[in-house]
Design a protein around this ligand. Structure first.
Ligand SMILES: CC(C)(COP(=O)(O)OP(=O)(O)OC[C@H]1O[C@@H](n2cnc3c(N)ncnc32)[C@H](O)[C@@H]1OP(=O)(O)O)[C@@H](O)C(=O)NCCC(=O)NCCSC(=O)CCCCC(=O)O
Length: 363
């Protein structure tokens, strides 16, 4: 959501600049200035493509996939304090200075998974974010062994800070079972991740533009300094160049930064739970370029795991928002393995309080 806002601000500044220039050159003809803006978009698209090889060769070695993912070594590596009681620490904290919802959900699922047998697989979770997480202190996770059944096992997890719950979560696990009933939607047809730029590569590209407003530059540099442990490749970066409203739908390839390895399916589900809250709620804002979020936070989050997958390999995240109203937005996500298998689905409602965009940038 942050990136989109920065890029939209950048686009507004850039468009304003281009239109002014075009109007000067063409004596104020809006039709012709529109054409020039269009050509500029095409040029930008071509430049993005031609920079791709160069940039991908010079990728920072910290992002190479042979390093162990910090999600595994730190974020999801909970400290055991007592039976069914764990402590989790933070890695990346969003600009809002409240804990990232995906981190709390991922850690809650880790805590739940520790109390179930290795033969069980996570198949769903349902959470409410009841208070903002405080990044200054760790989070405690208290697990209640709600029920152990023959097929399904349910755990309730309370995430606690300052003696109060910040998240309540129910997670359910199942033994592997065959099923004659098997169907799924087809995966959307999109370019493969190899043909797309990462968010960092895109930002570097935008930063190299001579006409970039100082404020936008500052915002983009702040985003670059973020140590988000997820690698993201937006499917349609040119989408960010548009001024008009977008459909409330976006797609990106995502994976954990670093290596996790095969084998521990529960761990991959915890990582996917972490990733699933990233850039999801912002989908509900896409039709409203005239508004910016003054308060946005996820209220609840549900997730269903459908098949095995590797969270350190590219998965397509398809996010859409079928509804917004009452200062809330409903968003739904589907995570696709690149071979077309539906790996996981999620749903979330978030509170969205907005204000009109009056300035091109307030970064
Ligand atoms: C705040 C939550 C959602 C509940 O709100 P509420 O019941 O209103 O709690 P209060 O404590 O009474 O108020 C909090 C705050 O909001 C102001 N408020 C309340 N109602 C209104 C209103 N109708 N109009 C305007 N303002 C209102 C109220 O005055 C308080 O303001 P303050 O005094 O300035 O604080 C609460 O349930 C909550 O915080 N839950 C946790 C949500 C959360 O943390 N979710 C996870 C994080 S979000 C996330 O991770 C997404 C990140 C995405 C990153 C990315 O994609 O880039």
């Amino acid at each position: 959501m942050d990136l989109i806002e920065v890029l939209r601000n950048f686009t507004l500044c850039r468009r304003r600049f281009q239109t002014n220039m075009a109007e000067k050159e063409l004596g104020g003809s809006h039709e012709s200035s529109g054409l020039i803006a269009k050509n500029n978009i095409l040029e930008a698209k071509e430049a993005l493509k031609s920079e791709q090889d160069e940039v991908s060769q010079s990728r920072n070695s910290q992002y190479q996939q042979d390093l162990k993912s910090v999600l595994v070594t730190s974020v999801l590596n909970l400290e055991k304090l007592d039976v069914d009681l764990y402590r989790g620490t933070h890695h990346w904290v969003p600009r809002t200075q409240r804990l990232f919802g995906g981190q709390i959900v991922g850690q809650a699922l880790v805590a739940a998974a520790k109390s179930v047998s290795d033969s069980l697989y996570a198949h769903s979770l349902h959470c409410y974010f009841v208070r903002a997480g405080d990044p200054k202190v760790p989070v405690l996770y208290q697990v209640d062994r709600t029920r152990d059944g023959r097929s399904f096992t349910v755990r309730s997890v309370k995430a606690i800070q300052h003696g109060q719950p910040i998240l309540i979560c129910q997670a359910s696990f199942q033994t592997l079972q065959p099923s004659p009933l098997q169907h799924q939607f087809p995966m959307p047809v999109v370019p493969p991740p190899e043909d797309l730029l990462t968010v960092e590569e895109l930002i570097h590209h935008y930063l190299s533009k001579p006409d970039l407003a100082e404020e936008a530059k500052k915002g983009l540099k702040k985003l670059l300094a973020n140590e988000v442990p997820i690698e993201i490749k937006p499917v349609n970066p040119a989408h960010f160049y548009r001024l008009g409203p977008e459909q409330p739908r976006r797609l990106f390839w995502g994976r954990a930064r670093g290596h996790i390895g095969e084998g521990n399916m529960k761990l991959h589900c915890c990582v996917a739970a972490y990733v699933s809250d990233y850039a999801l709620l912002g989908t509900a804002l896409l039709p409203y370029p005239e508004y910016r979020a003054k308060f946005a936070a996820s209220l609840d989050h549900s997730m269903w795991f459908h098949s095995t997958f590797r969270s350190d390999e590219w998965m397509l995240y398809e996010c859409e928002s079928p509804w917004a109203g009452s200062s809330r937005g409903l968003v739904q996500g589907r995570m696709w393995r690149r071979d077309g298998v539906l790996a996981a689905s999620c749903s979330q409602e978030g509170v969205l309080r907005v204000k009109p965009v009056t300035e091109p940038s307030k970064l």
